[in-house]
Design a protein around this ligand. Sequence first.
Ligand SMILES: [Zn+2]
Length: 97
Amino acid sequence: MVEHTSPQRPRSKNAKITCQQITALILDYMTRELDAETALAFKAHLRECPDCIAFIRTYQKTVQAAQSLRYESIPLEMRKQVRQFLQERIKGSPPNR
Ligand SMILES: [Zn+2]
């Protein structure tokens, strides 16, 4: 079972994606399942958003903590935890930083 329920994938060329979409797309990004257009928007966001870079580092650390696992085989439970953690970070982060 793979979660492919990201509600709002950007479709247009100039689509900007939000921090929330980053958290929704991060797993697809890591597993290279993003289409090229979305991956570009993803990277563009990262260039402007140090917060999301920090999120991704946290995510990667979590993945590295389970070194024997491939990204594809990260237990669903862990995916949920990471996603929840990131979403809480976003909600709790100051609006202007
Ligand atoms: Zn962001």
